[in-house]
Design a protein around this ligand. Structure first.
Ligand code: HEC
Ligand code: HEC
Ligand code: HEC
Ligand code: HEC
Ligand code: HEC
Ligand code: HEC
Ligand code: HEC
Ligand code: HEC
Length: 411
């Protein structure tokens, strides 16, 4: 008899414990980890509705370091400085969020970001200087001469507004001038609610914009030894490592950010993607940047965490030879195009004759691809998508030039 009661009470107790555990694990993460009254009020209230309205947002937020460190929904969503706000279910929230909603807590990252070409230069590359204040232009010109103080891009003008807005600006809005006076969109790399470094360390994150024939960085990376090893081994890497303590043990194979941003084994971590670049590879003819030596040393310091000096130096010598030879091919074609203009055989309007496109493809696709391939380990891109096409397009341009000249000689 007494055994029966003990048995029943054990069952009941077990069921109760299980129910409590189930209830507890189903409570929002933030309620478990965040005791602060303000946090519970803001996040709890937002989350109660938003678990119904936009559940994915709440799940993403709960997986973030922000949730674990007591940052609430309202900490980001409240309007700061001169942002427009609106009433929302008993709270006041900003109409639009920008880098300004992050920079209050992350000013170091914001200041580094501002110095990079991801900031104002990215926007100005399409729209020109017109959307920036005089101070913003002066600031950027200190670091990147001519990158912001420039006219709107002729191709963007030729294609028109709808293509520019959804096309060009889909990538170049990383440097958007915001109405509140700040610049840029941090969430392009971090996402809005998961805001993790693990995401930013994935090559695919950069590959959202760094892809295609004019900047094939993701394609080159995927075919490089680094990309192949990373894809095979990423499950064993610690992509969540604290940026201030990232070691080669956490990531023994580099992704885009390891070379361009991370502070591997004690190096400086930076949001200035320009710091380690020694050439303007995106240009038709690539010259050395004013910070050539310092930048190249900084990048080599990254390679040297994993490679021997002799390997790295040889790699750079070979890549710089590709830059020099590509420059030669493009310069010759450039001179030919200039002569055709001077001889009155081409209109002054950009992008209205087939040869304009051939010449643009020559440097913008194949020239760039050859140079990028050489610096990031993509043999196929140096060769078949690069130098082979350089030969092919040069032959076509020369043929058209000859035809134009003989046609005009006959007239
Ligand atoms: C009483 C329920 C409720 C509460 C509390 C609530 N929201 Fe909402 N929120 C909604 C609904 C409903 C929508 C509209 C969803 C839709 O359009 O499908 C919305 C939309 C939003 C939007 C998108 C607005 C837009 O116009 O694009 C944001 C941002 C937002 N809420 C943030 C918050 C934040 C931050 C909090 C807490 C400070 C919060 N909400 C609290 C119900 C709520
Ligand atoms: C790290 C900052 C940050 C935190 C914390 C944050 N948000 Fe957001 N949220 C953003 C940004 C940035 C946007 C994009 C706003 C824009 O485009 O103007 C956004 C957009 C939204 C939207 C509109 C989403 C859509 O796609 O329509 C909703 C709803 C929203 N947030 C709710 C919340 C809720 C609820 C919480 C807390 C559980 C929260 N947010 C926490 C930064 C944050
Ligand atoms: C109220 C202050 C506050 C705001 C606003 C804020 N953060 Fe944070 N953020 C923190 C804290 C606290 C941490 C965690 C501690 C740390 O790593 O410094 C953090 C961590 C991060 C991390 C590192 C996450 C990881 O995986 O280690 C990123 C990335 C980040 N924030 C991006 C953003 C972005 C982007 C915005 C704006 C959309 C933003 N933060 C807005 C306070 C804030
Ligand atoms: C898929 C994303 C994407 C789209 C769409 C895109 N770009 Fe870019 N653009 C980039 C990236 C990434 C770079 C950096 C290339 C590099 O440094 O090698 C770049 C570089 C440039 C540059 C050279 C850098 C500079 O400051 O002079 C110009 C000019 C430019 N883009 C203009 C445009 C215009 C105009 C359009 C639309 C007609 C456009 N882009 C569409 C991603 C894009
Ligand atoms: C939303 C689109 C976008 C994303 C995402 C993006 N970039 Fe860029 N990036 C650009 C554009 C646009 C430019 C060209 C800016 C210019 O020179 O006008 C650029 C330029 C660069 C440059 C050249 C800077 C210089 O000084 O010439 C580097 C390096 C770079 N990005 C690395 C990265 C890395 C690494 C990531 C991922 C962590 C990344 N980018 C993510 C759009 C993007
Ligand atoms: C081009 C992509 C990119 C953009 C844009 C970007 N970040 Fe990051 N961010 C990264 C990467 C990559 C890391 C991690 C670096 C590493 O590997 O250690 C990082 C790390 C961080 C961290 C963690 C730093 C630490 O030491 O713990 C914060 C905070 C942060 N970013 C905030 C921002 C803010 C604020 C902005 C906008 C001004 C921004 N990020 C824009 C790529 C980006
Ligand atoms: C092993 C290191 C390494 C990796 C990994 C790497 N890069 Fe690079 N990247 C370089 C080097 C080296 C250069 C040329 C630097 C110079 O100009 O001195 C370069 C050049 C660039 C440029 C050209 C900037 C210009 O002047 O046009 C961009 C953009 C870029 N990388 C983006 C990326 C992206 C995106 C990824 C990932 C898909 C990536 N890189 C992966 C080392 C790396
Ligand atoms: C985080 C470590 C790390 C960094 C940083 C790094 N690499 Fe590597 N790299 C590797 C690993 C691991 C391999 C594969 C080596 C092996 O199989 O022993 C590799 C392979 C290579 C290879 C191919 C070797 C072969 O198999 O033929 C080249 C070339 C190379 N790296 C150049 C560079 C250059 C140049 C830099 C800097 C711009 C760089 N790496 C930065 C880890 C790194």
């Amino acid at each position: 008899m007494s055994f029966k009661y003990i048995f029943i009470s054990v069952i009941i107790a077990t069921v109760l414990v299980v129910v409590v555990i189930m209830f507890h694990t189903n409570r929002p993460q933030v309620e478990i980890h965040q005791p602060s009254a303000d946090f519970v009020r803001a996040t709890g209230k937002c989350a109660t509705c938003h678990r119904r309205e936009t559940a994915a947002v709440v799940h993403q937020f709960e997986s973030s370091q922000h949730a674990k460190n007591g940052v609430s929904c309202l900490d980001c969503h409240r309007g700061v400085d001169n942002q427009e706000t609106k009433p929302h279910s008993g709270f006041t929230i900003a109409k639009e969020l920008t880098a300004k909603n992050c920079s209050g807590c992350h000013s170091t990252e914001y200041q580094q970001f501002l110095r990079s070409r991801h900031a104002a230069p990215a926007w100005a590359a399409v729209a020109g200087a017109k959307d920036f204040t005089a101070e913003q232009i002066a600031f950027s010109e200190k670091y990147h001469k001519g990158a912001v103080d420039r006219p709107a891009n002729p191709l963007a003008i030729a294609e028109g507004e709808s293509a520019t807005l959804v096309g060009c600006m889909g990538c170049h809005d990383i440097g958007k001038p915001n109405k509140d006076g700040s610049i840029g969109t941090c969430t392009d790399c971090h996402s809005r609610h998961n805001t993790s470094v693990a995401l930013a360390r994935q090559p695919e994150t950069c590959g959202q914009c760094h892809m295609g024939p004019d900047h094939s960085q993701i394609e080159i990376y995927n075919e490089s030894k680094h990309g192949v090893l990373y894809n095979a081994q990423k499950a064993h890497m610690n992509l969540n490592a604290d940026p201030k303590k990232l070691t080669t043990k956490d990531m023994s194979v580099p992704t885009c950010v390891t070379c361009h941003l991370s502070g591997l084994d004690g190096l400086n971590v930076t949001h200035d993607t320009t710091e380690r670049l020694s050439y303007w590879l995106f240009a038709a003819v690539s010259e050395k940047r004013p910070t050539y030596q310092q930048a190249q040393d900084a990048m080599k310091d990254v390679c040297l965490k994993c490679h021997a000096r002799s390997q790295v130096d040889t790699f750079y010598t070979e890549a710089e030879d590709v830059v020099a030879d590509t420059n030669k091919v493009i310069s010759e074609a450039q001179t030919l195009m200039q002569s055709l203009h001077e001889e009155g055989l081409l209109t002054e309007t950009p992008f209205d004759e087939p040869i304009d496109f051939l010449f643009f493809d020559l440097w913008h696709y194949y020239g760039r691809t050859a140079k990028h391939g050489a610096f990031m380990g993509g043999a196929d891109f140096v060769q078949w998508h690069g130098n082979y096409e350089l030969l092919h397009k040069t032959a076509e341009i020369e043929k058209i030039a000859k035809e134009l000249r003989s046609k005009s000689a006959k007239q």
